[in-house]
Design a protein around this ligand. Structure first.
Ligand SMILES: C[S@@+](CC[C@H](N)C(=O)[O-])C[C@H]1O[C@@H](n2cnc3c(N)ncnc32)[C@H](O)[C@@H]1O
Length: 205
């Protein structure tokens, strides 16, 4: 499977479906994937590092979470499985990715708590206890920055964002840029060339 134009709104790659399996925190997942969607051949290594190294929520977590750039939904499905009281907004511009994310959540019995939406469909008054993202880097730096400037301010007070970025695709400069905007950023892990960043409230708050 290719990743052709996975970040476009309507992939024109012919639909070839498949399934991938992975294990996170002792739980096994089998998710539907398809051509035209990011990393349809295997759980993306960056996403794997994020899910292994970031602080997964537990049964006490509450509120709304955001999976920003959800793809076929691996992060949203893990978060909703680990935290049964949480509602996860799974947001992507790619309609095929959204269809797969919704299908995967449904298959796991998470359909009522994984709300798959296009970016403009998220209600304006929702704030997020946590934002999780393996953000798109192929869209270019300006668009990546615009994406984070749009969504990070929607963290609820005391909220946390967990980001994974490939060091070779600007992980360290993104860290510096976020600090420059006033966010508190900690590099929580560095593995296989991926940086896991924990972003929290602006220091001026
Ligand atoms: C690196 S992929 C991660 C996908 C998935 N979370 C995973 O771990 O496999 C980034 C995703 O962001 C989506 N994306 C690109 N631009 C976006 C935007 N402006 N808003 C929301 N999602 C976007 C892409 O379609 C892609 O699915």
């Amino acid at each position: 499977m290719t990743a052709d134009h996975y970040f476009t709104a309507d992939p024109d790659a012919p639909l070839r479906r498949g399934e991938i399996e992975f294990t996170v925190a002792g739980r096994d997942y089998r998710l539907a994937v398809a051509s035209g969607v990011f990393s349809a051949g295997r759980l993306d290594p960056g996403t794997a590092v994020l899910l292994r190294k970031a602080g997964l929520p537990d049964g006490r977590a509450e509120g709304a979470f955001l999976d920003l750039g959800c793809g076929y939904g691996p992060i949203a499905c893990v978060l909703a499985s680990e935290a049964p009281q949480v509602t996860v907004y799974a947001v992507d511009v790619n309609s095929r990715a959204r269809d797969l994310a919704a299908e995967n959540a449904e298959r796991l019995g998470l359909g009522e708590r994984v709300l798959v939406r296009a970016p403009d469909e998220v209600p304006a008054d929702v704030t997020f206890a946590e934002i999780w993202s393996n953000p798109p880097t192929h869209v270019g730096k300006a668009e990546l920055h615009a994406l984070l400037e749009r969504w990070l301010p929607r963290l609820a007070p005391g909220g946390t964002a967990w980001l994974v970025i490939n060091r070779n695709l600007g992980g360290d400069s993104l860290h510096t840029w976020l600090v420059g905007l006033g966010w508190t950023v900690e590099r929580m892990a560095s593995q296989k060339g991926f940086r896991v960043l924990r972003v929290s409230g602006k220091s001026a708050d």
